[in-house]
Design a protein around this ligand. Structure first.
Ligand code: BGC
Length: 378
């Protein structure tokens, strides 16, 4: 009994020794740290991108420090400061506020940390690079999708019988919201100028919050006696909030409305005939690009894809000075006709999420079945 105890003890001792050694080996190597700083996790995509980038960075041997700021600008800056204190070599930032984040980013850059503005611009000349999608094109495609659903050039809409349109911008502190609006206006303005479109409300949704959008839409509907013909909203979250208000007045599926992100709920709403259009921005391309870029920056390698843009053109503000190294990925309009191919067959969203609450006999076959049929007939 006693000797057995000693044996167990010595085995444990050897085990502890080996464990201690292996820990010290890892310590000795000290993996390089990379920070991920998110504005929030309320929008579906950010959590997915956190998982994607964390996985890719860890595969490359980096230690990842990740935080989300719950829309709190001060908290996000503190989190960035903290990452710098913890010795990160680089930080990928989705900024809640492109102006406010510059303070923390400037300090990080001064400490030698590479900062990548991810998806949203940070208005600092000290960012190493800016990676995003073609955000102005997002806005154009949102407006085009809504106008197509209205059959804007079909003859029904005239200066005597104008489209009564609601504009719902994103969060005013997000530079992307400005760019989406720029693209939307490029398409809408000629019709506004000719009187075929009458803008009956023009609002911005703080924090991109769905509940704010719902409230704004309720107020607009009340003020306009429900006389609304179209809504250009700027992402799926806010569009689905606005759709709740429209649904309460029997207007969901009647009034065309745009979104963005091809979220599971957004595309589900499209196939159920409520949301008119969303925009697919393939984060499966953006996240790896960001990680590749960060890896190259840390290793001091060249980044060939980057181009120089002026801060003025990236903010739609001629007064802005300086230049940024940036790269933009393409975007795709998603509507009832192409949702299956673009979103489901491509694996961007799961079949069961997109066709949730759609009766079995109204669903298309699962992508696996389509493939099997194609193979059998070839
Ligand atoms: C992103 C959108 C997102 C929105 C709200 C924007 O900056 O580009 O994809 O829907 O923020 O999070």
């Amino acid at each position: 009994m006693h000797s057995k105890f000693v044996r167990v003890l010595s085995i444990l001792f050897v085990f502890a020794l080996v464990l201690g050694m292996s820990v010290s080996v890892v310590r000795g190597q000290d993996p390089i740290k990379v920070g991920l700083s998110f504005s929030d996790f309320a929008t579906e995509r950010w959590r997915n991108e956190e998982i994607l980038m964390r996985g890719l960075l860890e595969d490359l041997g980096y230690e990842v420090i990740s935080q989300e700021a719950n829309h709190d600008v001060v908290l996000q800056n503190n989190q960035i400061d903290n990452m710098v204190t913890q010795g990160v070599a680089a930080i990928i930032v989705v900024a809640e506020d492109g102006d406010a984040a510059a303070t923390a980013v400037d300090a990080a850059a001064a400490a030698g940390v590479h900062v990548l503005a991810y998806d949203r611009l940070i208005k600092s000349p000290n960012i190493a690079a800016y990676l995003s999608f073609n955000n102005v094109e997002v806005g154009r495609q949102q407006a085009l999708g809504v106008l197509a659903a209205l059959d804007i050039d079909g003859g029904t809409w005239t200066a005597e019988n104008p489209v009564r349109l609601v504009k719902l911008g994103g969060s005013p502190t997000d530079n992307n919201a400005i760019l989406f609006r720029q693209g939307q206006d490029e398409i809408l303005q000629p019709y506004v100028d000719s009187g075929v479109i009458q803008v009956v409300a023009d609002q911005w949704v703080d924090n991109w919050d769905a509940t704010n959008a719902l409230r704004i839409m309720e107020n607009v509907l009340t003020a306009q006696n429900n006389e609304i013909d179209a809504v250009v909203a700027s992402n799926d979250g806010t569009a689905l909030g606005a759709l709740q208000a429209l649904a309460a007045q029997g207007l969901a599926g009647v009034v065309p409305i745009s979104g963005q992100d091809a979220t599971a709920d957004g595309v589900n709403s499209i196939v159920r005939g409520q949301l008119t259009v969303s925009i697919l921005k393939d984060i499966r391309d953006l996240s790896p690009l960001a990680v590749e870029l960060i890896d190259a920056l840390i290793k001091g390698e060249d980044i060939p894809e980057l181009q120089t843009f002026t801060m003025a053109e990236l903010t739609n503000d001629p007064a802005r000075e300086g230049e940024v190294q940036a790269y933009f990925l393409p975007v795709f309009q998603v509507n009832a006709e192409n949702a299956y191919d673009l979103v489901v067959a491509s694996g961007f969203q799961a079949y069961d999420d997109v066709y949730r609450d759609v009766p079995e006999n109204e669903r298309p076959p699962r992508p696996e079945m389509m493939e099997a049929t194609a193979e059998a007939s070839s």
